[in-house]
Design a binder for this molecule. Structure first.
Ligand SMILES: NC(=O)c1ccc[n+]([C@@H]2O[C@H](COP(=O)([O-])OP(=O)(O)OC[C@H]3O[C@@H](n4cnc5c(N)ncnc54)[C@H](O)[C@@H]3O)[C@@H](O)[C@H]2O)c1
Length: 273
């Protein structure tokens, strides 16, 4: 526990479980109050892993309250900008400010290009890219109005720097987030609002559960040499969500006060293999 983020409010999407929940708990442990946004329900039937549930979001709320921090749990879809705007307005009214945004919600479908449906392409772009645009445009004015700077972290991926084989839609959406990070960093810089991206490697979250691994194996069967890509230098080659939360904590803390428009890999070296 520390008090580095005492008096700050952090708006986190995809916070019902996985990395988003880890970010909520980590930032709360540093003193921040939290707005935890998640669809908390089915997103798309082409996804090979189970959807988050309202109970998952309730558990995030419980974990943050256990740390004696305030939290608003909000069921909202990042494709719905008005809902995000409503959550941001409510956060300022009830918690006093908005200082930190972590645009983390995302989906991932392993598939060969011929098997990516038009719906899957559209949903992946709408959630992973436009959802981040919605999250920042719904919140940034509150950070500006607060007049004390702020920090925004965008969750991209290893697939936003290199390529995730057999996930062209996912890879395209995560690469686009690099441009989004740079653009917002320029325009929000005069307000001392920093904008950076994190690029996780393999993280043990429900996204990798269900049939995801089988679907990755099936999609690379005709071209197995791509499985040699993205090997981690470190053991065991995958990470707990808290590893990414530590990087997010750094990027929103005073320790990174001069860092903006940076793209921080937390991938055990995967991007270089
Ligand atoms: N797990 C990995 O190996 C990995 C690696 C690199 C990057 N990422 C990225 O990290 C982020 C977090 O993923 P995770 O691993 O915690 O997966 P996860 O599936 O456990 O969590 C994602 C959360 O986002 C929510 N979400 C999905 N679509 C939403 C929408 N339209 N509106 C609101 N909420 C929505 C889900 O309900 C879920 O709670 C994603 O952007 C993902 O692409 C994951």
């Amino acid at each position: 526990m520390s008090d580095e983020l005492e008096g700050k409010v952090a708006f986190i999407t995809g916070a019902a479980r996985g990395q988003g929940r880890a970010h909520a708990v980590k930032l709360a442990s540093m003193g921040a109050d939290i707005v935890a946004v998640d669809i908390a329900g089915p997103v798309a039937d082409f996804l090979p892993y189970p959807a988050a549930t309202p109970d998952d979001l309730v558990e995030t709320v419980r974990l943050v309250e256990e740390l004696d921090r305030r939290i608003l749990g909000v069921e909202a879809d990042v494709r719905d900008r008005d809902a995000l705007k409503g959550a941001a307005d409510r956060a300022v009214a009830e918690l006093g400010s908005l200082d930190i945004v972590v645009a983390n919600a995302g989906i991932c479908e392993p598939a060969k290009w011929q098997d990516i449906s038009q719906q899957s392409w559209q949903d992946t772009i709408d959630i992973n890219l436009t959802g981040v645009w919605n999250t920042i445009t719904a919140t940034a004015q509150h950070l500006i109005d607060g007049g004390r700077g702020g920090a925004i972290v965008i969750t991209s991926s290893y697939a936003g720097k290199k390529v995730q084989p057999m996930m062209i839609h996912y890879t395209a959406s995560k690469h686009a987030l690099v441009g989004l990070t740079r653009g917002f960093a320029i325009e929000l810089g005069p307000h001392n609002i920093r904008v950076n991206s994190v690029h996780p490697g393999a993280v043990a979250t429900p996204m990798g559960g269900g049939d995801t691994v089988d679907q990755i194996e099936a999609s690379t069967r005709e071209n197995p040499k791509v499985n040699q890509m993205g090997q981690a230098f470190l053991e065991p080659g995958w990470m707990e969500p808290e590893a990414i939360a530590n990087a997010v904590a750094f990027l929103v803390s005073p320790a990174s006060a001069t860092i903006t428009s940076e793209h921080l890999s937390v991938d055990q070296g995967m991007q270089y293999f």
